[in-house]
Write a protein that binds this ligand. Structure first.
Ligand SMILES: Cc1ncc(COP(=O)(O)OP(=O)(O)O)c(N)n1
Ligand SMILES: Cc1ncsc1CCOP(=O)(O)O
Ligand SMILES: [Mg+2]
Length: 224
């Protein structure tokens, strides 16, 4: 059965993304610390110069997924739908330059399907094709994605909500503990990020700080 929207929104709260190119540490150790710090979902995004491929990529994916399973953290594979199916991941994330979302939905059945969108037309198509959540960004400047589009500051998330579209949304791009609340203010259900955790000297504390910034924002909103 497809994931319920309220459950999806819980999973999107603090959505960590990492691959071997995003850290000089041991990816398994970074992920272990991020999980201890309270991330709510993980995406394996193995991309860029020097990234792993084939068996080495699959072996790392399986080891990272094993860690996620122990802690009941959903495991998403970026771009590589066949890898996600081969290891029975919880889902996949695809963008506009990847395998088309309608075809991916047919391949993955009821697994989680995340789709990146940069325009209202792409938003509507992603929903039609069966996306369970949208990744919208970059919100702020990012150095973790070479072909990132110009930052939009959350304007598209606001436009989606203004249009009365309630699909789960995660913001992405340059997000830190300092600007996380501003992302949530746009109407996002969560934040997704790479370097704020993967480049941190203490990834566990970095995740905790991000969680705290989200909690303090929730508390402020509930009192207003
Ligand atoms: C949660 C989330 N949102 C957006 C993206 C970006 O996906 P895409 O546009 O396909 O770019 P790459 O990440 O594949 O370079 C994402 N991966 N995750
Ligand atoms: C994958 C992706 N998609 C849009 S921006 C981005 C990179 C986000 O990385 P960081 O959190 O380090 O800015
Ligand atoms: Mg992609």
């Amino acid at each position: 059965m497809r994931i319920q929207a309220n459950k999806m929104k819980e999973m999107l709260q603090l959505y960590f993304i990492m691959g071997t190119q995003n850290t000089n540490s041991v990816p398994l150790e970074v992920l272990e610390q991020a999980i201890s710090g309270g991330i709510t979902m993980f995406q394996f995004r193995e991309k860029g110069r020097g990234s792993l491929s084939d068996l080495a990529k699959e072996e790392l994916a399986r080891n990272l997924m094993k860690l996620c399973k122990i802690h009941s953290v959903p495991f998403i594979v970026n771009d590589d739908v066949d890898l996600a199916l081969a290891i029975d991941a919880n889902g996949v994330h695809v963008g506009q330059d990847d395998e088309k979302a309608d075809q991916v939905r047919r391949k993955i059945g009821d697994k989680i399907l995340g789709v990146s969108a940069h325009t209202m037309d792409e938003v509507r198509k992603a929903i039609e094709y069966g996306a369970d959540y949208l990744g919208i960004g970059p919100i702020f400047p990012t150095e973790s994605k070479e072909d990132a589009k110009p930052p939009n500051g959350g304007a598209l998330i606001k436009e989606i909500r203004k249009a009365g579209i309630s699909i789960p949304i995660v913001g992405i791009g340059g997000i830190t503990a300092e600007n996380a609340a501003a992302v949530m203010e746009t109407g996002a259900d969560g934040i997704s990020l790479i370097s704020a955790i993967s480049h941190a000297k203490n990834p566990e504390k970095a995740a905790l700080d991000l969680k705290l910034s989200l909690l303090s924002n929730n508390r402020r909103k509930s009192h207003s």
